[in-house]
Write a protein that binds this ligand. Structure first.
Ligand code: NAD
Ligand code: 6OD
Length: 501
């Protein structure tokens, strides 16, 4: 371990309530212009004072990233970078308990989920992109012109440069590393802006990157909010060569406007209003268990979560009863309790938004089959941002609660009569992120899945990932794809070399 690591440990402690979370710039923990308090959504207690970066700190972070491009990092071979990514994956695994604690403290999600999904995927992201970048080839063409000239054309790929990585709060470490790993694999340097709701795991990851031997300045972390804060300062910064962003569609739109004057590339993974379609020939037990997972995982706070469920009329009552029963069986509680399946929402503000949709659903005529309100949990939890897993019927595609992303543990069940109608209903949305088809007829599964106007179309499963495959959305759900060679393309600029032979 380097002496740098030792000094960082003194200033960037593993989060312990209440702690100070500073910006990480050029290998140093840096104070902000002011601090804000991060609250634990489980019980409303303050867990950290977070240092908000101002213009000066963002300038410093971009300058540190720019300088690192010209340092040893910029001279590393692909093989050396891949080795570094594997060291980072190992270092993440060694610090699993600390990362789980950071993620659970910020989000309130069950420890088992943080361990099995968020932290496991963080390590997997680095290993996957070490493999992907190692296996990547170059475009090359032997050119033969009618006049007899011959040439070798080949494209070399160079890093974009300094990349702004702006991420949300729902799967903080998973989504950060999903972008960081390919950005580093391709030789970029980075300024990360984690969500103001989840500053802890990014701060800890900065420390882990130093432990793994990543050169100073390659990854910098600035904390703060979006508009009029670190997010906007970063996206409008003239030293940024590209922006990769995950978050709300309206934020994506604001970031597009911010980068437009300098014409920088963007990659956007945005919101969704995802549909599931359940045909009468589906294995009902499997489908209902799958729907419960896709609706309620992470308290419905996954961009891929199902919020619209179209069910063939002959099995509508069975699916409704079965899913309502699954919703009622979910166990809300403390994250460290292994029996807990479901945590709180991320914040009181987000709960207000979701409860607003619960109220609107009633006004729009919904029948509430499960949940519908705020639970009373006792055990010191009632100051937290808890909400009941909820299920509605009695709605259709004309209702706002069926058209707008809610991002909570709730779905509307809607009947259909024909395959054509099911596809039309599922595609009747401005979003286009993910869809699921439940059927025992695999020919139908392929047919329907291909006609879904989305980036990811699952059949008889949900959120099963291969990191080499394209990930992203259409319409309001995003611009571009990441994953496998798609990520390599976003994070690099090709230069074509043509040599006359
Ligand atoms: P958000 O858009 O409010 O914030 C995301 C990040 O952007 C945060 O770090 C925030 O501080 C920053 N930000 C906000 N305004 C900004 C601005 N004007 N300029 C620069 N940065 C700004 O999203 P959220 O509430 O954190 O996350 C939930 C949303 O993210 C949902 O809509 C969800 O569907 C979406 N999401 C999409 C994917 C995907 O892969 N498609 C994955 C996860 C979450
Ligand atoms: O699994 C992934 O790679 C990914 N980007 C998931 C996004 C989940 C949205 O909340």
């Amino acid at each position: 371990m380097s002496s740098q690591t030792t000094s960082l440990r003194a200033t960037v402690p593993t989060p312990q309530p209440p702690c100070q979370l500073r910006n990480f710039i050029g290998g140093q923990a840096v104070d902000g212009v002011r601090t804000f308090t991060k609250v634990n959504p489980v019980d409303g207690s303050p867990i950290a004072e977070v240092h908000e970066a101002g213009r000066h700190e963002v300038d410093r972070a971009v300058a540190a990233a720019r300088a690192a491009l010209d340092g040893p990092w910029g001279r590393m071979s692909v093989t050396e970078r891949a080795t570094m990514l594997r060291c980072i994956a190992d270092a993440i695994e060694r610090r699993t308990d600390d990362l789980v604690a950071a993620e659970v403290g910020d989000t309130g999600k069950p420890e088992t989920l943080a361990r099995d999904l968020d932290v496991a995927r963080a390590a997997a992201n680095f290993r996957a992109f070490a493999d992907i970048v190692s296996a990547a080839g170059l475009d090359s063409f032997l050119t033969e012109l009618p006049d007899g000239r011959r040439a070798l054309n080949y494209a070399v790929r160079k890093p974009l440069g300094v990349v702004a990585v702006i991420v949300p709060w729902n799967l903080p470490l998973l989504l950060l590393t999903w972008k960081l790993a390919p950005a580093l694999a391709t030789g970029n340097t980075v300024v990360v802006k984690p969500s103001e709701e989840t500053p802890s795991s990014a701060t800890l990851l900065a420390e882990i990157l130093v432990e793994a031997g990543l050169p100073v300045g390659v990854v910098n972390v600035v904390h703060g909010f979006g508009a009029d804060s670190a997010g906007e300062l970063l996206t409008t910064h003239p030293g940024i060569d590209g922006v990769t962003f995950t978050g709300e569609s309206s934020t994506g739109s604001a970031i597009m406007r911010a980068v437009a004057p300098r014409v920088r590339p963007v990659s956007f993974e945005l919101g969704g209003k995802n549909a599931a379609v359940v045909f009468a020939d589906a294995d009902l037990d499997t489908a209902i268990a799958g729907l419960a997972r896709s609706t309620y995982l992470n308290t419905g706070q996954v961009c891929l979560c199902t919020e619209r469920i179209y069910v063939e009329r002959s099995i509508f009552a069975d699916v409704a009863d079965g899913l309502a029963e699954q919703a009622a069986r979910l166990r809300l509680g403390r994250p460290e309790n292994p029996a807990t399946t479901t945590g709180p929402l991320i914040s009181p503000q987000h709960r207000e938004k979701v409860l607003g949709y619960f109220e609107l659903a009633r006004e729009e005529g919904a029948t509430v089959l499960a949940g519908g309100g705020v639970p009373t949990l006792g055990d010191g939890l009632d100051a937290g941002s808890w909400i009941e897993p909820t299920l509605w019927t009695g709605l259709d595609n004309s209702h706002r609660v069926v058209r707008e992303e809610i991002f909570g543990p709730v779905a509307a069940l809607i009947p259909f009569d024909t395959e054509e109608e099911a596809i039309a209903l599922a595609n009747d949305t401005d979003y286009g992120l993910a869809a699921v088809t439940w059927t025992s007829d695999l020919t139908r599964g392929h047919r329907v899945a291909q006609r879904m106007r989305v980036g990811m179309s699952w059949v008889n499963t949900w959120y099963l990932r291969d990191l080499r495959s394209p990930f992203g959305g259409v319409g309001l759900s995003g611009i571009g794809r990441e994953g496998g060679h798609h990520s390599l393309e976003f994070y690099t600029e090709p230069t074509n070399v043509c040599v006359q032979l």
